[in-house]
Design a protein around this ligand. Sequence first.
Ligand SMILES: Cc1ncc(COP(=O)(O)O)c(C=O)c1O
Length: 422
Amino acid sequence: MKLFDSQYFTYQNGEMFCEDLSVRTIAKEYGTPVYIYSKKFFTDKFTEFTNAFKDINHTIFFASKSNFNINVMKLFYDLGAGIDVNSGGELFRALKAGVDPKRMLLTGVGKTREEIKTGLELDIKIIKAESIQEVYTISEIAGQLGKTAEVALRVNPDVDAETHPYITTALAENKFGIDAKIAFDTYMECAKLPNIKLTGIDMHIGSQITKVSPFVEAVAKLNDLIEKLRNAGINIEHLDIGGGMGVTYNDETPFTPEQFADALIPLFEKSGCEIIFEPGRSLTANGGILLTETLYTKNNGVKNFIVVDGSMTDLLRPSIYGSYHHIQPTNLAETDDVIKADIVGPVCESGDFLAKNREIFKVNQGDLLAVMSAGAYGMTMASNYNARRRPPEILVDGDKHYVIRGRETYEHLLYDENIVEL
Ligand SMILES: Cc1ncc(COP(=O)(O)O)c(C=O)c1O
């Protein structure tokens, strides 16, 4: 059985460590399921990314939807990132993390009036609009507040990001952005609106993209549009290419930051813009694991099942996208034979699985398993279905660790819910 190749989650004498800390000690202290993150991974990935683009004027806005723990946001912010927030809730979290709104982007296909108003009141750096009606709404609210809103339009460049259908976003059939064919006219119409300054152009073509070519195709299209807009008197200052840079979950070989930079820097230079990136997954996914304990093993005559205490309520990606996460023991000494099994959680849904038909070392009741690559879209998608408490998050730094979020209590599950007299 192949073990996931990571320099942040390694085996020492057969026992899994995150950096210099045994993950077993974390399970002992905080129980399972539990998310464990490597601070060094987050720091290294951010540094590699920004270094690859050091020769051009750029800013990385960490996409907090991938991991919105306020400590993770703060970590990237302290490294020099801005924060991309996609809702009032993410904005609130970013404020709690101490992020200056001037270093936030407000994104999202369906922002409410309240979210737009909050963004404007706080003087957020850029609001990214995804429809002409939204720009009218921003103009109206900015007028009421006596402000000028800096706005970028999200243009859908109609390129195929060649990724999972649920995470491709830039085909004409997707709900996001403004169709490339009408983008120029939309800019021209929005330019007439009061209290709006159109400073940017934006795209986000999908997630978990492993080839550079869709980005190149899309940026080339946006460059043409930028030139056309400048000729028409609209000075685009920021080119935001979104996130979407892919990672290795199984056997994918995504492009490196250097390959990304080599392919895109000539196009960025041509644009004459400040470049904005919104990476999420590439900065966080392989910096986290979900540690779970084997509750029971069984065979129903057709299949082996490993029933663990982690479930779709902790890590939803396998259930909704059929996503692959490597799953491996935390103690190699306890294992020898390889079996094929479904690794499933306690939730009462057949869709509650972490892996299907997976080759895995034979495990016994009580064995710990590490679900790899769980640092992005893990905890942020966790839910309370089946009245399950969401798991804690532990950040490891060398041999030290910090509880950056504790396990929910049963009281949390009843927040603001009371018996009423009927
Ligand atoms: C607008 C926008 N920006 C950035 C991201 C982050 O994408 P990723 O985590 O794939 O880098 C997303 C993800 O959905 C997004 O919708």
